[in-house]
Each structure stands twice: as C-alpha cells, then as structure tokens.
Design a protein around this ligand. Structure first.
Ligand code: SF4
Length: 355
C-alpha cells in the first residue's frame, strides 16, 4: 500500500483475484461554470465470490460512483480515475462497448422493481429479450426454457405458468425476483444491487436478500450491495465500505465493523439500526445533515456532526489509512475512540435519542 499525496488517500495494491478494481474514482457534475464533486477519490475492490456492502446516506455518492463506473451517468458528468473489470479499463470505453459489458458480464438491479419491468410485456418475453440481446445464436424457444429455469432459480413458484404472466400479476417481492432473474440471465461475473430492498416491506426484504446471497454463492458471483441501511449488510456482506460525502471513511470485514467500528460516522449508523430487544422504542439519530455538494466544510467533512471533533478536525482532512487488522479509517482519532457502546452512553457519543 502506498500513500498518494495528491489525493490524501492510500493507494491499494490490486489484488490478484479482484473482479472489479476501482482506484481514485472521482465523479463531478458541471452546472453552469461550477463543478461539483459527488465522488472524491474512492478505492474499492470486489473479488469473485464475495459480497461487498457499500453504505451511506442519500447523496453520499455511493450509487453515483457505481453508475459512473459503468458509464451510466448524464452527459454533464466528469469521471476520472480507473475502473478495471477483470483487468480491462472501463473509464473512457465507447458506449457501444460498455453496452456489451453491461447486462452480460456486469448486471445491475435497481431499487424499484416495477420501473425496471415493462408493464405491457410478459415477464417471460422480457427475460427472453434480455437473453437474446447478448446471446444472438439462441432461439426464442431455448431462451423461454432458460427463462423458466431462471424463475425457478429465484424461487418463483410454478415458473412454467408464471413465465407467461405480466408484471402487475406479481407482488412487489416477486417482481424484484423477476428483475434478479433477468440480471443473471446472461451469467454475469458481477452483480451490482442498488438499494434492492428499499421499496419492499421488511419480511420481503429478508427474502430478497437471501435470494441474492444464495444466487451469489451458487453462481460464484461478485456482488456489490449498495444500501443506506447498515442493518441490511449485517448478515449478507463479507466486507463493508462506509461512504460519507463522496469518500470511503471506513472499510473493514463485516464482523470487525460491527464489533469495533473505528469511525464516528459508522458508530452512528450502527446505533441508528432499530433493535428488536430495545425497550421503550428508543432510536438514535446522528445529529445534523450531510453537507450539500459544493459546500463541504474545511477539514473532516463529518466534523460539524461529530461529537469527538477536535481542533485538528476543523482544518485537516483525514486520509483513509490502515488502523489495525487490515481495516481502514479516515478519522484522526480512529485509534483513540473508546470501546464501542461500552465506556459511555450511546447518545452522548453519537447524537440524539428519538422517542
Ligand atoms: Fe470526527 Fe475528527 Fe474523526 Fe472527523 S476526524 S470523524 S471530526 S474525530
């Protein structure tokens, strides 16, 4: 690992098994003459067979970074850095080549399953279309048989019958299963799921997450799970990257992250997860709001909301650095933070209690 003085971040070596390698990704938007940076130098790796969780509040840059990596952003977007998929650089690739990669080798699942499906076509017709777009030699009959297999793979009952039904004949959870079936129709190596359960109720969320995890394990995919809800990642991710104001502020193995978070923002996210055993329904929230694009505070972007902030935090932007056991944190006080939730009351450390 080397330190990049220009970006203030650690440059990670590229792991040999990496499927996706993102280095110093920066994404900005031009508006009139001003440029706003939504992603400010992110490094990430995803290996085959692993689940990387990316978590952050709305507007943190967690989704736009992935969309930019896949060439799915608007024309006024400026994307810099490097995104390598199986060693092949994606930044700067022509749209025609990116279209061949998306949907075939890298697939995406979005939040709202209804808007991902065409209401006037049967789900079978849509899966067939997705297959034949990338596999031009397959016949319609073969593709329909594959569509039935795919519906069975995502645990849709009676797939032979349901393949001929329309999206409105499926519940929200079943529609998301159809979207997942379409996403894996061409045997991608990497699946990126952007808030795949946000539009669903809690019990269906759990089902969709286990469908995704079991598919990932059976097919040996790399899976990127993007969410604003850290609780979603607890039982489903192997590693987690916490994003705040366009930067990764903590990265760790999921167990380490929950047991001993080394960034105050991660601590706030964990404390904000509602707990079943909690009495009197107390919920924590992190005080304040994330900074808006183009109005980042000096120093650490989290300092106006951080109860640990010291003078240095208001002037020096902390770099992402190793803080022990291979975990990374972008906090000046990472090693000095108290044991999580033990030495002082959560509310005093993390923010407000909402009753
Ligand atoms: Fe808080 Fe300072 Fe750490 Fe930023 S660097 S998270 S302000 S303690």
């Amino acid at each position: 690992m080397t330190h990049d003085k220009a970006t203030g971040t650690e440059n990670m070596a590229v792991p040999e098994a990496a499927l996706l390698t993102i280095r110093n990704l920066r994404v900005g938007f031009r508006k009139s003459s001003l440029a706003f940076e939504a992603v400010r130098g992110i490094d990430l790796d995803v290996a085959r067979g692993e689940v990387l969780g990316i978590v952050g509040e709305s507007g943190s840059g967690k989704s736009v970074g992935m969309l930019a990596a896949l060439g799915l952003t608007a024309k006024n977007t400026v994307v810099k850095g490097s995104v390598r998929f199986k060693g092949e650089e994606l930044i700067g690739k022509p749209s025609s080549e990116m279209r061949k990669i998306r949907g075939a080798r890298i697939a995406m699942i979005f939040q709202d399953p209804f808007s991902s499906l065409n209401p006037v076509l049967t789900v079978g017709a849509q899966i067939v279309e997705a297959i034949r777009l990338h596999q031009t030699t397959i016949t319609k009959k073969q593709a329909l048989a594959r569509a039935v297999e795919l519906l069975a793979l995502v645990a849709i009952p009676q797939p032979e019958r349901r393949v001929h039904q329309y999206p409105h004949e499926f519940s929200g959870g079943m529609r998301q299963r159809v979207v997942i079936a379409m996403a894996v129709a061409n045997d991608p190596d990497l699946l990126i799921a952007d808030e795949p359960t946000t539009a669903l109720d809690v019990t269906v969320q759990a089902q969709i997450l286990s469908v995704l995890r079991s598919l990932q394990e059976r097919l040996g995919l790399g899976l990127v799970l993007i969410t604003h809800d850290l609780g979603v990642l607890a039982g489903h991710a192997d590693r987690v990257a916490v994003v705040y104001s366009g930067r990764v502020v903590e990265r760790a193995d999921v167990r380490q992250l929950f047991a001993d978070p080394r960034h105050p923002y991660t601590r706030g996210l964990i404390a904000s997860i509602p707990k079943l055993e909690a009495t009197r329904e107390r919920l924590f929230s992190i005080d304040g709001a994330p900074p808006t694009l183009g109005q980042l505070p000096r120093g650490c972007a989290f300092h106006p909301r951080c109860s640990h902030a010291v003078e240095r935090c208001r002037s020096d932007d902390p770099a992402l650095r190793v803080v022990g056991n291979g975990r990374l944190s972008a906090c000046h006080l990472a090693e000095a933070l108290p044991s999580f939730g033990k030495d002082q009351p959560m509310a005093a450390e993390l923010g407000s209690v909402v009753r």
